[in-house]
Design a protein. Structure first.
Length: 97
């Protein structure tokens, strides 16, 4: 199965940032939230293959993938040493187009 996002990079426009605190395991930690407009028109491809009892049932190829919408990236539990955060969350606050 093939799966790649191609060579066209993703780009976020109109990025806004916000620092906020979150309680985690009984302690407060600082996070950074970045939200921007994603308009990805890539040259990537994905191949999905569904098998049943060892036989190919459905094979779907997706090419020239387009994704538009607000994308949120959270840098979670900021720390004082590289990579400067303990985790990352990436999601669409609303369903993308």
């Amino acid at each position: 199965a093939v799966s790649n996002l191609g060579k066209t990079p993703c780009k976020l426009d109109d990025v806004q940032s916000q620092e906020y605190e979150q309680e985690w395991r009984g302690q407060k930690s600082k996070n950074i939230l970045l939200v921007g407009d994603l308009n990805y028109q890539g040259d990537g491809e994905m191949q999905v293959l569904l098998k049943a009892r060892g036989a190919d049932v459905v094979k779907v190829n997706l090419n020239d993938i387009v994704i538009r919408g607000r994308l949120a990236v959270e840098l979670v539990r900021l720390i004082d040493v590289p990579p400067w955060f303990s985790g990352i969350r990436v999601y669409f606050p609303d369903a993308p187009e």
